[in-house]
Design a protein around this ligand. Sequence first.
Ligand SMILES: [Ca+2]
Ligand SMILES: [Ca+2]
Ligand SMILES: [Ca+2]
Length: 415
Amino acid sequence: MRHRHLIAALTCIALVAMLALSNVAVAQTKGMIGINVLLKTDITQAILADLAKHGTVRDVVAEIKAVTLQAKASELATIQALPYVAAANPDAERTTGPVTTVAADDFSAGLSTWDLDAINVTDFGSDNRQVPYDGTGVYVAVLDTGLVSNWPAYFPAARIATQYAICFGGGGGEMGNVSTQPDKWQRDQNSHGTHVTSTIIGYNFLGNAINGVAPKATIIPVKVLNQNGSGWSSVIARGIMYIADLKADLLGGSPVVINMSLGGSALDPIEKAAIDYAISKGVIIVASAGNSGSAGMGYPGAYEPVISVAASGWIGEWTAAGWWHTLDVPDPTNPIDYYITDFSSRAKANQDLDVAAPGSWILGPYQTNGQISYYYLGGTSMASPHVAPAPAGRLSPCAGTLMPRAQASWMQQPL
Ligand SMILES: [Ca+2]
Ligand SMILES: [Ca+2]
Ligand SMILES: [Ca+2]
């Protein structure tokens, strides 16, 4: 087994663990509560001794004249009435606020961004879809790092197939043992999978609906990459098989696509076998081409039956002041308006490169600290989800908009 690396060059994420302090509950504290006491005067030993008649002094914060007590609830009124007490009340629990969730079912009326305009699924402005295809009925399995735990703040709940979401872990790092961890898919500590998902179905940007390539598609998060954005071929193969079996059974009547914004330097035999199996069940597989420029493509992207995606960009990026990424961009009919990124892998002999799609300066949710945040990312990882939903519509909705193979000669240009 070889170690697979995410194609996008991303920063490492430090996991910040929040440890919650909890009160020690023991038998003898039955009927006892914590009482927060604010004094009128400075804290003295005499006052502490007097308070100790009513309970056990637990903490003293002299600067603000505060004392915490462990005492019987029935002592509260007495403590409040003490001449040196300004205020006292039971200690109160605090929690993080609830996640403000997306109210809409989809973002099909959302704002157009340059990359969606470039592939002609939307045009400048809001609620301006250019193709009838909106992903309705299509499942897109995103084999990636999962979704961040507060994903309902970014995505409509109706768009995430939580009943099918799953995580596979282990692999070569655990001597071949591959395990399933049902709820871990919503522990994306890397944010790569969250960003990839946002391109497909759109996202909530600080209260503004941003459109997606297929805003009514349904995402199946399949976490196969860890918090560093890497995973093992054996784990990825398991993820592919899981989706293939869903397609063969419960999702038999629906188009099912796998997006793999990941890759490595050679084709793994069981990953290849899993891809072949999935395709035999009717699953469409789309993968990033790789970020190795003239050094060639990554796998499984370069494997011929996989639809592989190179990364393009718009020459107008950053040239306008302010909010440039929602500007009106020209249709991709004139190559001078767009470029193939220098990092995007070119096809070498026996490698198969299919299309190019926007993969430079793609905005989306990207949070590594638990806070709502957004980043521009570049990589063929970002290009692949621009293409993934399209084949399920038999390419007709987006035909001609994705810079097809005929134009792939761009990609053979020397860097
Ligand atoms: Ca357009
Ligand atoms: Ca191909
Ligand atoms: Ca336009």
